[in-house]
Design a protein around this ligand. Structure first.
Ligand SMILES: Nc1ncnc2c1ncn2[C@@H]1O[C@H](COP(=O)(O)OP(=O)(O)OP(=O)(O)O)[C@@H](O)[C@H]1O
Ligand SMILES: CC(=O)N[C@H]1[C@@H]2OC[C@@H](O2)[C@@H](O)[C@@H]1O[C@H](C)C(=O)O
Length: 371
């Protein structure tokens, strides 16, 4: 299959910013990362997204809302800026890029109600950057009865090609998800629970900082086992895959009353234990657990995962990939698969009734001319 230059754009559940990655891929076994940029949101931009999330969580189903429209305009512009910065940094012309995979911002995820909601104006983005955009990658899957998430397992499998199986890839974002790759490339994937989301919320509420940098607060605190046990005593963890979460399905409420440090330690340990619980749901214990996403920068979380799982988690850099870029690169890969009609979700990853492609293609009216 021909290889394309593709850009992937991700704005994740932790609302930290826009990640943009340029890769060359055939959407199958070939992946070559070229460039990556991460642009942080300002406090005002994050507040605008939070306001949109708040509205969306109160709505029965996706619909028009002025607060959400404001956030969507801002997000689309920030994604266009990120594409321009990425192309300038790579020294690549827009005309040479085959497609952009635009995840958008999840503001609410309700597969139980038959919908998931990612905002971002794909058609507007295509016009502004002059490149074909693929967005709404989760919608077809949910409409067919799938969870609509996680979508990146097929990309994780490409990154782990050649490794002894079974092997697992763990994404530690605002929400966590695990991909298990068994013999004959079998895929099982599901969300594990909140990853950094609750600790972020805890720390931000008490200190104003966006997260527990380096796990310093957690390292200075003690785990309160009664709080931890209460949080883990949740039937959701026993549910088999497929399953997925909205960022707000869990709260830090049980930790209220603990000191800042003890709360951070307890919530961090909670995240680690959810990974151990997830490993009970896969058919065979993986030989390695490869970690992508921002949580791998937190040494306390990584240590606690090692203790809870009795398996040392390895940052995805151990395989030669950049774990900060994995999601953005993954959506570039997804866009190429979408253009080619290849499946992006599977019965074992989202509960789709069969392997399914997905995504909406927006072709700009004025395609930038190739150089
Ligand atoms: N140096 C660090 N120390 C501790 N935690 C960190 C560090 N760097 C990043 N993180 C954590 O990683 C988070 C960002 O991770 P990431 O960008 O993978 O999330 P996301 O893509 O927004 O989420 P999702 O995968 O759920 O969509 C931060 O909010 C923070 O909690
Ligand atoms: C609905 C939604 O945006 N889900 C995200 C979120 O962030 C992590 C986890 O929850 C995962 O299910 C998914 O993202 C990754 C990139 C995925 O689809 O593979």
């Amino acid at each position: 299959m021909e290889k394309l230059l593709a850009i992937g754009l991700m704005s994740g559940t932790s609302l930290d910013g826009v990640d943009a990655a340029l890769i060359k891929t055939d959407g199958e076994g070939h992946v070559r990362p070229i460039e990556f940029v991460g642009d942080d949101y300002t406090g005002d931009e994050r507040a605008a997204i939070r306001a949109a999330v708040q509205r969306a969580l109160e709505m029965e189903r996706p619909g028009d809302d002025p607060v959400i429209a404001i956030a969507e305009r801002m997000l689309t512009a920030r994604h266009a800026d990120a594409v321009e910065r990425l192309l300038a940094q790579a020294g690549t012309a827009a005309a040479d890029v085959g497609v952009v995979g635009f995840h958008g911002q999840t503001i609410a995820h309700r597969p139980d109600r038959g919908w998931t909601w990612q905002i971002g104006d794909g058609a507007g983005l295509a016009e502004r950057i002059g490149i074909t955009v693929v967005d709404q990658l989760r919608i077809a899957d949910v409409a067919a009865g799938g969870q609509g998430a996680p979508l990146l397992p097929v990309y994780h499998r490409a990154l782990c090609a050649g490794l002894p199986q079974p092997v697992a890839v763990l994404n530690l974002g605002g929400v966590g998800n695990l991909t298990w790759i068994g013999a004959d490339e079998a895929l099982i994937a599901f969300d594990t629970g909140p990853a950094n989301g609750l600790v972020n919320q805890w720390v931000e509420h008490q200190t104003g900082a966006a997260f527990d940098a380096g796990g310093a607060l957690a390292a200075a605190g003690s785990v309160h086992h009664s709080v931890l046990d209460t949080m883990l005593d949740n039937p959701w963890f026993d549910l088999p895959a497929p399953k997925s979460l909205d960022r707000h399905d869990f709260t830090d409420q049980p930790a209220m009353g603990l000191s800042l440090e003890d709360g951070a330690a307890t919530l961090t340990r909670f995240t680690a234990e959810t990974v151990a619980l997830a490993l009970r749901l896969v058919p065979e214990r993986p030989a390695r657990i490869i970690v992508a996403g921002g949580g791998r920068h937190n040494p306390v979380l990584m240590r606690m995962i090692g203790e809870a799982c009795a398996l040392v988690p390895e940052p995805i850099e151990a395989l030669g990939w950049n774990g900060d870029a994995t999601e953005a690169e993954g959506f570039a890969y997804m866009a190429v698969r979408s253009l080619r009609g290849l499946p992006i979700s599977f019965p074992g990853t989202t509960g789709a009734p069969g392997p399914m492609t997905g995504g909406t293609i927006h072709t700009p009216t004025k395609r930038t001319q190739a150089a």
